[in-house]
Ligand binder design. Structure first.
Ligand code: HEM
Length: 828
């Protein structure tokens, strides 16, 4: 590889390789002008130091994703080998093709087959007259099929690049925005002096992907000895594996002893022939630098971020070291390990002490404390706060975030310094779904102020809430009727509650029900469900913006666009309907003065509020009401019923009180509520304390400030953990117990004055719909308790009821609440 490098710098002909790589790649090309020119392109244009440096972002982003993936299986065993394969595949795909193509199962399979066939043992390459056997063992056919699939795929990739170039709007990766295909498309045949077509591009791209992802140690060389004494065409196999273990070069060669390199100058770069994993010289690997950059960054992060252990019963010495058959020597059995985040005291935490920031848990590089949010952020944040205090600073990706877990700290944020903490951070999916023009997600500013004013003074005033009474009463009657139809049979109360709250909001906001039980109604319901779940979804890009592109691959971006378009089209229809109705002057909405939310919003004059107010603003605000008002109200009633089923004696007390007052009237009406409110109110307060429907909500600071002596910079995100505040033992005796009577002689309320109980938030950004919500919850709950006796199916006792929660910010009961209702009035 040095003295006679020129002589030994060809490769033997291998027929499958030749077919799969168009006979035009670099790695398997025989020595000659074409190989010399293409290798030059590879070394100077694709894998130069400058280029390798320019792929840094790709390496870093993929490392973050890998670490994040591992964090998700933290403390559980997982297959590290599989993760490594997708890590390297994804890097190479982005660098060569410009983006990840192999997310979906099918294309991933195609590449796997390619890798297999390239490495397949072909008897014909050793005994040419036996090559016909491949017609019978199916290999020939498989090679052909795989070749055609890949060829078609690569044609698509190239077309995409050509179009991108024509449009001049695309940028690849790397500093200068060019991936390998971009570079190769720019190669002029005239400048390299050898034929260079699309097939050449495809072959080079494929062989580079192949070499880096899984087939990097090919050291088959072909001797092209021209002089006398050595037969031309004599194959040479360089056994890099054996050379690395040769006792002539290495002391105790079988031992893993990294320190042997401590005072040694031996390197793998090709100058030292005792260590030749890459080989230098003419046929040496041109991608050494690129490969090492990936390996270093991946390995450093794996070692830095986690402590690893083997699954139970295994010690390191017992680890199976079997290798797979072939030229690329993988470990035979996948490496299955358990990773535990390593609590490292980083220099940042020292820095933080100097800056006088609130106490923090230690964090991982790049993802910070994201992995500690887990499936139930409210619970996990509460656990962290138990260690670090009710005012804690964590890092969610790149954003420092204050976590508020006590009444005192909540008061500081939502009262004392409400003017400073009254913005919301930018969150990208809601921004798209709500046209960047709604109220709930709007940053503090003139538009938010004016829009909130409309909401508070025109949509949700006491007078307006009163005017929606008919809607509430009618929908309650319908709900009770539905339940009566399944009387004495088990039925899904959660489902009934969802359509109850949906229908109320729909009538109040849009003027009529759009979500009936027919096909189109079902479609609408599905659309709305998708909308609410997307607005609430965890989006990694909001925490680590530079990897927001992952949403192009996990399908989220597409779902958002699809849902946005559907809802937009639906709302356009609704608005048109309202405009026609107003023109005809024959329609009346609901509410006393016949106006629903859309009517009111259509009447808003831009000139009177002094900020732009278009149709998109109307749609955004209407959707805010849906997002804020359907799930939340349903969750409140669902948890109240769940707790009452678990505590039958409390349910009985409330029922007796209501029934005594109602004296066999057919139903509870709003006018009855002030008479029976007492015990019902206690139940609602206790439910909202233990199960705030929005468990955590978010704000952002507008300027630098201090809280409890700690420095809080401007634009710090703040998460108020309403769930933890409601269960804080400092404020509540036996906080985990459902005991409505704790409110009996207490003035504590949920309206935003008492910070021990903050299900609706408080201050400038507090929920503007408390009255509206409570009116719905009270009427529904009063009727459910008055009109039916409730039991669990199969005589199950209440204590056994599963209390598991759903994942997310709006915390539903995980399993639907399935109950049996027996009509009280008929019974008595
Ligand atoms: C049980 C029911 C509900 C709960 C627990 C709830 C809770 C909340 C919370 C915690 C906030 C953020 C408060 C803050 O940052 O201080 C909020 C804001 C908001 N809620 Fe509600 N909500 C409920 C029902 C509703 C309903 C029915 C509507 C509409 C009809 C609604 C509309 C809004 C709006 C528009 C905001 C944003 C206010 C702003 O940013 O200025 N909510 N809600």
């Amino acid at each position: 590889m040095k003295t006679h490098d020129l002589i030994f710098s060809s490769r033997p002909h291998a027929s499958f390789l030749n077919r799969l790589l168009y006979g035009k790649d670099i790695a398997f090309a025989p020595y000659g002008e074409y190989w010399r020119q293409t290798r030059k392109i590879c070394v100077l244009q694709l894998l130069s130091t400058h280029k390798v440096q320019s792929y840094r972002t790709v390496r870093e982003e993929e490392t973050v994703l890998m670490i994040q993936k591992i964090s998700e299986s933290c403390s559980l065993k997982f297959d590290l080998s599989k993760m490594m394969i997708s890590f390297t595949n994804d890097i190479i795909c982005r660098v060569t093709l410009g983006r990840k193509y192999f997310g979906d199962h099918e294309s991933g399979e195609m590449v796997k087959k390619f890798v297999y066939l390239v490495g397949a043992f072909n008897v014909g390459d050793f005994i040419p007259r036996l090559s016909w056997v491949n017609n019978f063992n199916g290999l020939e056919k498989r090679v052909e099929k795989n070749f055609r699939e890949l060829d078609c795929f690569l044609d698509g990739v190239i077309e995409e690049h050509v179009c991108k170039k024509l449009r001049k709007d695309g940028s690849g990766f790397g500093e200068d925005g060019e991936d390998f295909v971009d570079v190769l498309l720019g190669v002029k045949e005239s400048s390299i002096g050898v034929p260079f077509f699309r097939d050449n591009i495809k072959a080079i791209v494929m062989v580079i992907s192949l070499s880096f992802s899984s087939y990097s140690h090919i050291c088959l060389r072909y001797c092209q000895f021209i002089s006398n004494g050595w037969p031309v065409g004599f194959p040479v196999i360089i056994n890099a594996w054996a050379i690395g273990r040769d006792p002539v070069s290495w002391e105790d060669p079988e031992e893993f002893r990294p320190k042997r390199f401590l005072n040694s100058t031996i390197d793998y770069k090709g100058y030292d022939f005792v260590l030749i994993p890459f080989r230098e010289g003419r046929r040496g690997c041109p991608g050494t630098m690129f490969a090492i950059a990936n390996v270093e960054l991946g390995l450093a992060n794996l070692l830095y971020s986690f402590d690893r252990s083997l699954p139970v019963g295994l010690t390191g010495e017992k680890l199976d070291m079997g290798e797979i058959f072939g030229v690329s020597v993988h470990k035979k059995d996948p490496l299955v390990v358990i990773a535990t985040p390593h609590l490292i005291k980083t220099y940042r935490s020292a820095l933080k002490t100097n800056l006088n920031m609130p106490p923090s848990p230690t964090r991982l590089p790049i993802i910070g404390n994201l992995h500690q949010l887990g499936t139930f952020p409210h619970r996990n944040l509460q656990n962290l706060a138990k260690k670090h205090g009710p005012l804690m600073l964590i890092h969610l990706g790149q954003y420092p975030t204050l976590i508020i877990s006590s009444a005192d700290t909540a008061r500081e944020i939502m009262k004392t310094q409400d003017h400073i903490f009254s913005s919301r951070p930018h969150i990208s999916f809601p921004e798209r779904l709500f046209y960047g023009k709604d109220i709930a997600f709007a940053p503090y500013g003139e538009y938010w102020k004016q829009a909130r004013k409309i909401c508070v003074l025109q949509l949700l005033t006491a007078h307006k809430v009163q005017s929606y009474r008919t809607v509430r009463e009618e929908e309650t009657v319908l709900m009770i009727k539905k339940i009566s139809e399944s009387c004495s049979l088990k039925f899904d109360l959660s489902k009934v509650l969802i359509s109850f709250t949906n229908d109320i909001i729909c009538r109040v906001a849009l003027g009529r029900k759009y979500f009936g039980d027919d096909e189109s109604g079902k479609r609408m319901r599905k659309m709305l469900k998708e909308f609410v779940s997307l607005a609430d979804i965890f989006n990694i890009g909001d925490f680590i913006p530079r990897i927001s592109w992952v949403n192009n691959f996990n399908g989220l971006e597409k779902r958002i666009e699809k849902c946005f378009k559907e809802v937009d089209c639906f709302l356009d229809g609704v608005i048109e309907e309202h405009i026609c109705k107003n023109l005809r002057k024959d329609g009346s909405g609901f509410g006393e003065d016949g106006e629903d939310f859309v009517d009111v919003l259509l009447g808003v004059e831009e000139s009177s509020i002094g900020v732009p107010f278009s149709r998109d603003h109307i749609k955004a605000i209407v959707m805010d009401m849906f997002e804020g008002g359907t799930d939340t109200v349903c969750i409140a009633i669902e948890w109240a019923m769940t707790e009452l089923i678990r505590h039958p004696h409390i349910m009985k007390e409330v029922q007796e009180e209501i029934r005594e007052i109602m004296k066999f009237k057919p139903k509870v009406e709003e006018s009855d509520l002030n008479k029976i409110q007492h015990s019902l109110q206690l139940v609602i307060k206790e439910t909202l304390r233990l199960h705030p429907p929005i468990s955590v909500f978010i704000r952002e600071s507008l300027e630098n400030t201090k809280i409890q002596g700690y420095n809080i910079p401007a634009k710090t995100r703040v998460i108020i953990n309403a769930w933890a505040i409601g269960r804080d033992p400092v404020s509540w005796e036996d906080p985990e117990e459902f005991r409505p009577k704790r409110f009996l002689n207490s003035t504590i309320d949920y309206k935003g004055r008492d910070f021990e109980l903050t299900p609706f938030g408080a201050g400038k950004r507090g929920c503007p719909a408390i009255m509206f919500t409570i009116a719905n919850v009270e009427l529904a709950l009063a009727n459910l308790l008055y009109q039916f006796d409730w039991t669990l199916p199969g005589g199950l006792s209440g204590e056994k009821l599963d209390m598991a929660e759903t994942f997310g910010v709006s915390v539903h009961k995980k399993d639907p609440l399935v109950l049996i209702a027996t009509p009280y009035l008929i019974k008595t």
